[in-house]
Design a protein around this ligand. Structure first.
Ligand code: ZN
Ligand code: ZN
Length: 347
């Protein structure tokens, strides 16, 4: 099923011509739960991985594994099944059954955390033919993103590894990749999702603009949202209209601008050639925010309106990935060479 971002509520490049040269194309991925194959672009799906190539493992130091009881991918899947079964029942039957409660209590009690290297988990597989905006190295047409499902000292997001390859050159495929025996955060196991890539236009958030242009845009935003209803998403926040609805799209995407939130914009420089790096892949905890509807795809608007109280599976979190306190993890790549090492920011 395709996903279509509604027409923008205003043509900001016409209202503010200085924004025109700053337009960037982003590809919204629109992940939705499904059963992707190795031949599909996916989030959390099986990877087209050569059987002749070792599966990547992390042998880094893992931060405070006793802060949260470790769990396992199998237990996370089981927990999600139980929650989904419970919430699909009539409201009066949504309490866990005794059998469900016993399983949930066993999972919540934790899981032994074995020493040694940890198998990485698939995060995303993106075929260049389906996801415009990727810049592969010569001969490559497939990007695979994996991560370690533990936090590392001083880091507040999972550590990713990126692999570019030619799908035609894979040959024999690894059919049963190893899984980590334990993992730290349930939100680090992406639910298998199919993608519906869609290209849109983004503009930088006001924090990235010249102060005078930022002021003009905020004043304009206040005028657009004048009379925001008490309790609405814009009450007392009218100046946020451009940032929220016209600048940077929410959710998983390739390219575009950065969704800066709690940190000031800082340019990331390539460790090899010092080039300013550019957003490559945004891994999002939420596809959209409640009360801010202009980015919600037309195909999802009825469902979003009919389930105001988010119960699992929450339509705003189709991948069930959570980075920190529902933030975004944005991977940056070097525009000079896709083979230079990537970096990442929590935003
Ligand atoms: Zn690790
Ligand atoms: Zn570089």
């Amino acid at each position: 099923m395709t996903r279509t971002t509604p027409p923008r509520p205003a043509d900001v490049a016409a209202v503010f011509p200085r924004l025109g040269p700053l337009a960037r194309t982003a590809t919204r991925l629109h992940p939705r739960p499904g059963s992707p194959s190795r031949q599909d672009s996916s989030v959390g799906g099986p990877l087209l991985w050569p059987s002749a190539e070792p599966w990547p493992h992390c042998d880094g130091t893992h931060w405070a594994p006793d802060v949260l009881p470790a769990t396992s991918p199998a237990d996370v899947r089981l927990l999600r099944e139980i929650r989904s079964a419970a919430t699909s029942r009539p409201p009066e039957d949504r309490f866990y059954t005794p059998d469900e409660r016993a399983v949930v209590e066993r999972i919540n009690a934790g899981h032994p955390c074995p020493a040694g290297p940890v198998a990485l988990l698939p995060v995303a597989q993106l075929y260049v033919r389906e996801v415009p905006g990727l810049r592969p190295p010569g001969g490559a047409d497939l990007l695979q993103v994996l991560w370690c499902p533990f936090d590392h000292p001083g880091e507040t997001m999972p550590r990713t590894e990126l692999f570019w390859r030619s799908a035609a050159a894979v040959g024999g495929v690894l059919t049963t990749p190893p899984e980590p025996a334990a993992m730290q955060h349930r939100g680090y196991l992406p639910e298998p999702c199919l993608l519906s890539p869609e290209q849109i236009t983004e503009y930088p958030l006001t924090v990235e603009l010249e102060p005078d242009l930022c002021e003009e845009i905020e004043a304009w935003s206040v005028r657009q949202k004048a009379g925001a209803l008490p309790g609405s998403a814009y009450e007392g926040m009218e100046e946020m209209y451009y940032d929220r609805e016209l600048a940077v799209s929410p959710g998983w995407k390739v390219g575009g601008w950065a969704p800066w939130s709690f940190t000031d914009p800082t340019t990331q420089h390539c460790r090899v050639c010092d080039s300013p790096m550019e957003p490559m892949l945004t891994i999002a905890s939420r596809e959209h925010k409640t009360g801010i509807g202009s980015w919600t795809p037309l195909e999802d608007q009825a469902a979003a309106a009919s389930s105001p109280d988010a119960v699992p599976p929450d339509p705003t979190t189709p991948t069930q990935v959570t980075i920190g306190d529902a933030y975004n993890q944005q991977i940056y790549a070097c525009p000079a060479s896709p083979e230079h090492p990537h970096t990442a920011l929590v935003q």
